[in-house]
Design a protein around this ligand. Structure first.
Ligand code: FES
Ligand code: FES
Length: 205
């Protein structure tokens, strides 16, 4: 279930030193007041803010967002949907992949404002709560298609899009889709097996 969207961050206070932009939320979960990651202060210009309306995991979401806000940061920091992982942050690893109107996209290369009116699905949409695993998730589990799991949400969302095509993708199309994802652990063989198993189950052998 998509959590409620935190209100628009307050405009920045006048600079009072190097740490003035660090808010309580930034240091949450730390013991020494050290931010988990560096944050830039919110933009003060009203024209930099937009009202974004979209659907995330089947639920309508309305939020005030800066024009520069990445979809990955919107999902993870504003909606707390941290199943979308961020690795390279420049479109290479595929870990941040979600489905935008049914198509895999890299959220580290997508601005939140580009998703106005769109339907976004993250890995959290697949097996909510204690519900049964989807065909793709079960195939990854049964084929041991993961080790550390960092890359897995991206692979699973791309594989989900493959199973939702009207016709079974051929081998080159599967290879092309998976080539946009990097995994440092598995050697890819079991990931390929998992995707093939899911496609067999969806379309028949
Ligand atoms: S974090 Fe987006 S492609 Fe690597
Ligand atoms: S399972 Fe570790 S990076 Fe893929």
């Amino acid at each position: 279930m998509t959590p409620s969207v935190p209100a628009r961050p307050a405009p920045p206070a006048p600079p009072q030193g190097r740490r003035s932009a660090v808010t309580a939320a930034d240091t949450e979960g730390t013991s020494e007041g050290v931010p988990l990651r560096p944050r830039t202060p919110p933009l003060a210009e009203p024209s930099a803010w937009h009202t974004l309306r979209l659907t995330v995991n089947g639920e309508p979401v309305t939020a005030q967002v800066e024009s520069r806000l990445l979809l990955s940061d919107f999902l993870r920091d504003r909606l707390r949907l941290t199943g979308t992982h961020v690795g390279c942050e420049h479109g290479v690893c595929g870990a941040c992949t979600v489905l935008l109107d049914g198509e895999p996209v890299r959220t580290c290369l997508t601005l939140a404002v580009q998703c106005e009116g769109a339907d976004v699905r993250t890995v959290e949409s697949l097996a909510p709560g204690d519900g049964p695993l989807t065909t793709v998730q079960r195939a990854f589990h049964e084929c041991h298609g993961m080790q550390c799991g960092f890359c897995t949400p991206g692979f699973v969302m791309t594989a989900t899009a493959l199973t939702e095509r009207p016709e079974r993708p051929d081998e080159p199309q599967v290879a092309d889709a998976l080539s946009g994802h990097l995994c440092r652990c598995t050697g890819y063989r079991n990931i390929r097996r998992a995707v093939c198993q899911a496609l067999d189950e969806r379309f028949g052998k």
